[in-house]
Design a protein. Structure first.
Length: 68
């Protein structure tokens, strides 16, 4: 996947959470970081397919953020 993904542990959910910040609301969870990543890749694909069907813009991946 070309979009930046953030993965973190959620104590509240007792699961790993994977988010794709560039795709609003695109996130998934899983019992392991690997499963959360796998799940969010599927959700991101569905997010993009739905946006295309609805004629909504799809943001270009910005890649790695750079800090000064």
């Amino acid at each position: 996947m070309k979009y930046k993904t953030i993965i973190y542990w959620s104590e509240e959910d007792s699961a790993y959470i994977a988010e794709v910040p560039e795709l609003a609301g695109c996130m998934a969870d899983g019992p392991t970081a690997r499963e959360a990543l796998h799940n969010v890749e599927q959700i991101a694909q569905e997010w993009i397919e739905t946006a295309l069907e609805l004629g909504r813009p799809i943001p270009n991946p910005r890649g790695r953020l750079r800090y000064a």
